[in-house]
Design a protein around this ligand. Structure first.
Ligand SMILES: [Zn+2]
Length: 432
């Protein structure tokens, strides 16, 4: 593994800043450097200091671009990469009309492998170095996902989707087969290299109580694994769930009563929550995941970021491809900002960039490994050009502060603003 000294404007976070005055929350170094050695960050800081430690390590000079920790996407569907931007429906019809037919194709291992390569290319092209992914219900899709990530040495989290009812046969498993396949995948992949496993019941509607009980048994037997699912995205979904689980106090209780909540649980969407549910999310340390482009695309609703934060809950932020419409975490922040605007809530640019790096790493309990440029972290780094397009360059000519520059980057930027992505110290080629 080649060692590289990166030079550029360095930005890394120490905690969540609420505004630009919160200087202790971040380090910004105009002439900064990151020394990548053996796939890890050996040192970072002012160029003059780090260069002394670097000896004759070759320098890649990225000035005047910004060096930041690689972006983290906490909710994305690997087998939905060919149905992004499918027209016209809300959640349940969208699943039946587009999603399930596309996911059925992942029974084919060759198709899964081909798409896993494209998926990882798209992530790194957009500056994302870690993603938490739903694979399809087929074991082959999860195997392809983990094998591709291992090949690239990416820190990826994923799981085989568990779903044993209310979907076409081509995507259904059984409670027992989903348990057996998940067990085998955990044994094969969790903790192997940089891979981590997420136990993945799709959502209450597509799981029988028997399947959720087995998912809970898996979570109890493997507390080191994540749990990911969907919660309260859409009103019809909530009503359907209530009809399938009449004993449940509310939607969250379906998961809670099966032992699926905890600090390693990610709850996609979590838009239309009752007060009891918010209390239980807080009490269990579970994490809602805000998926702005998806929530707008499917017309699902407005995520109450400030309301959840006020209850001590820390949420992730994510693309939710393929209901989400962009792989870009910058575009995710753009739409997230607007969703909060509609509720008179604020998303400051510094907090926004913290969120897609260190914030999401904290949600995953991985802040000692990813999400910052601190020495000892894994060397996942993104290089950003805030002047990537003519329109951005014109805008940046009037940006007077770092916060202003970052805000315009978040609103206008996408994969064109990604100059380079490093995964475990290695530069990734942009896909043609
Ligand atoms: Zn989703």
């Amino acid at each position: 593994m080649s060692d590289i000294l990166l030079r550029g404007r360095l930005l890394t976070f120490h905690h969540a800043p609420m505004d630009a005055e919160d200087k202790a929350a971040y380090s910004y170094i105009e002439d900064g450097a990151v020394l990548m050695r053996g796939g890890m960050i050996a040192a970072s800081g002012p160029f003059a200091d780090v260069a002394q430690l670097a000896g004759d390590t070759p320098i890649t000079d990225h000035r005047p671009h910004i060096l930041m920790a690689g972006f983290i996407d906490t909710h994305i569907h690997f087998p939905q990469i060919q149905i992004v931007a499918s027209w016209g429906s809300q959640l349940l019809d969208w699943l039946n009309g587009y999603t399930f037919p596309a996911e059925a194709e992942y029974a084919n291992a060759q198709h899964s492998r081909a798409m896993a390569g494209r998926f990882c290319d798209l992530l790194t092209d957009h500056g994302t170095t870690t993603a938490v992914a739903f694979c399809s219900s087929h074991k082959a899709s999860a195997e392809a996902f983990f094998a591709e990530a291992a090949h690239r040495n990416m820190r990826m989290i994923g799981g085989k989707t568990m779903m044993d009812r209310n979907a076409p046969d081509g995507v259904l498993d059984t409670a027992q087969s989903s348990y057996d396949d998940s067990m085998a995948l955990i044994a094969d992949w969790h903790g192997r290299g940089r891979a981590l496993y997420a136990i993945t019941p799709r959502f209450a509607i597509t799981s029988t109580p028997e399947q959720l009980a087995l998912a809970g048994a898996l979570a109890a037997a493997h507390p080191e694994c994540y749990v990911q699912t969907h919660l309260s995205e859409n009103h019809d979904e909530i009503a359907y769930t209530a009809s399938l689980y009449p004993q449940a106090r509310d939607y969250l209780d379906v998961y809670e009563s099966h032992g699926l909540l905890g600090p390693r649980t990610l709850l996609g969407h979590a838009i239309h929550l009752k007060d009891r549910e918010i209390g239980a999310i807080a009490a269990t340390g579970s994490h809602p995941v805000f998926c702005p482009t998806s929530n707008l695309f499917l017309g699902s609703g407005l995520f109450d970021d400030a309301g959840l934060r006020a209850r001590g809950i820390s949420s992730g932020i994510a693309t939710d491809i393929g209901a989400g419409t962009s792989y870009s975490m910058l575009q995710t922040l753009n739409e997230g900002y607007k969703i909060l605007q509609l509720q008179s809530q604020k998303l400051h640019a510094l907090r926004a960039f913290h969120w897609i790096t260190r914030g999401n790493a904290e949600v995953l309990g991985l802040v000692d490994k990813i999400g910052t440029l601190d020495a000892g972290s894994e060397a996942d780094v993104v290089v950003l050009n805030p002047r990537a397009t003519p329109a951005m360059a014109l805008r940046m000519a009037r940006a007077e502060t770092l916060a202003e520059e970052l805000f315009a980057l978040q609103m206008m930027g996408d994969d064109r603003a990604i100059v380079q992505t490093y995964v475990a110290g290695r530069p990734q080629k942009k896909a043609a």
